[in-house]
Design a protein around this ligand. Structure first.
Ligand SMILES: NC(=O)c1ccc[n+]([C@@H]2O[C@H](COP(=O)([O-])OP(=O)(O)OC[C@H]3O[C@@H](n4cnc5c(N)ncnc54)[C@H](OP(=O)(O)O)[C@@H]3O)[C@@H](O)[C@H]2O)c1
Length: 353
């Protein structure tokens, strides 16, 4: 039995604690808060947990094997330092840290202390996401040309707008777009960042674009101000692969195969789907214009999605610890650190204030 402790009593802590108990041979036995009352309330909502009136007493408890850190972004590094010093395995909420150097420090400390450590980027473990990543990597789309993604919801939570707590929409939402496409695209060669800075001094919506020496362009938008489309799309030589909406909680992958065969494209044009006047349909330039936007076939594949989706990352932690691994092969620490470094570069490149 893997015995878990949870640091923090916020929204995501509760969802993930529930998911931990959902996975067999895993159980939350402790919850810590800055307030004894909060810890007690949270623990009373779980079958086998007790509350700790401060974070340190949970971290020091020899009964706890692995600690899930669900406190604000700016606290992650310090919490991880303490957990490693107490020889606890770690699952730490995203973003892994605020500065890539801190990530490198944690990676070295965890390795030296022989403890498992992983970022809780749960979406990387969803079956449809994993399948989409492997399809694009394996060349199912032919050569990849363009990636686009958006992640936006209307947020009002204090910590998201608080600079001291590591707020900002790039750290909170944009990072999912970078992290999900990182295994395919790797580190960008060029960066462009356009944030809107809100009253509290953090970015409340941001557009950012990456370019790669291969010629690929990736373009993203994230927002606390609007619900966005919340999809990630990969455009390749053979078609378009789409995750979502919403990409973070999906069981489906859509693949729009694009015809390279002119007969198929002509059939699509004859259907005149946009209601253009008849004679226009046969104009050669018009056929050419329609060709790229008319899929010759759309295939939707279904993949398992159970529970609230957070248990997939818990299964990964459990399997890695059971097998004596110090890192996940699906989400190694270097991936998490590189994603932080990319965000550091974006923020550093911002000339708008
Ligand atoms: N994986 C996901 O889907 C997902 C979703 C949302 C958020 N997150 C990440 O999870 C972390 C927590 O997010 P959340 O939305 O759950 O936040 P939240 O609801 O604001 O809760 C954060 C908790 O952290 C504790 N805390 C410790 N030090 C604090 C401080 N100085 N100020 C405020 N709270 C402090 C508080 O618990 P006590 O008062 O009991 O100590 C609070 O309940 C963030 O890093 C975030 O990026 C992940």
């Amino acid at each position: 039995m893997l015995k878990w402790g949870v640091l923090g009593t916020g929204e995501v802590a509760f969802d993930v604690a529930y998911a931990i108990n959902y996975v067999s041979d895993n159980k939350v036995i402790g919850v810590a808060s800055r307030s004894a009352k909060n810890a007690e309330w949270f623990a009373n909502n779980l079958p086998d947990a007790k509350g700790y009136p401060d974070y340190d007493s949970l971290i020091q408890d020899p009964e706890i094997d692995v600690i899930y850190i669900a406190t604000p972004n700016s606290t992650h590094t310090d919490m991880m330092r303490k957990c490693i010093a107490a020889k606890k395995h770690i699952l730490c909420e995203k973003p892994f840290c605020l500065k890539s150097e801190e990530g490198q420090e944690i990676k070295a400390l965890a390795k030296a202390a022989n403890v498992f450590c992983m970022e809780a980027l749960w979406t990387r473990f969803i079956p449809a996401t994993q399948k989409a990543i492997s399809k694009v990597k394996n060349g199912d789309l032919g050569s990849l040309r363009y990636v686009k993604g958006s992640f936006g919801h209307i947020f009002s939570k204090d910590r998201c707008f608080n600079k001291q707590l590591g707020g900002g929409v790039l750290f909170d939402l944009g990072m999912y777009l970078i992290s999900l496409t990182y295994p395919i695209l790797g580190k960008p060669d060029g960066y462009q960042f356009m944030p809107t800075i809100g009253k509290s001094g953090v970015d409340v919506q941001s557009s950012f674009t990456f370019s790669y020496k291969s010629g690929i362009i990736a373009s993203y938008h994230c927002s606390f101000l609007n619900d966005l489309e919340n999809t990630i799309e990969f455009y390749g030589e053979k078609g378009i692969l789409k995750l979502g909406p919403p990409f973070y909680r999906t069981s489906k992958i859509q693949f729009d195969h694009q015809a390279t065969n002119s007969n198929t494209a002509e059939k699509s044009v004859r259907k005149n789907p946009y209601g253009y006047p008849g004679p226009m349909q046969s104009a050669p330039y018009f056929k050419e214009r329609l060709k790229p936007i008319l899929p010759s076939s759309t295939k939707i594949s279904s993949h398992s999605f159970k529970g609230n989706g957070y248990h997939y990352e818990i299964e990964e932690v459990y399997n890695c610890i059971k097998n004596g691994q110090l890192e996940s092969t699906i989400l190694p620490l270097e991936h998490s650190i590189q994603v932080v470094e990319i965000m550091n570069k974006l923020y550093a490149s911002n000339t708008v204030s």
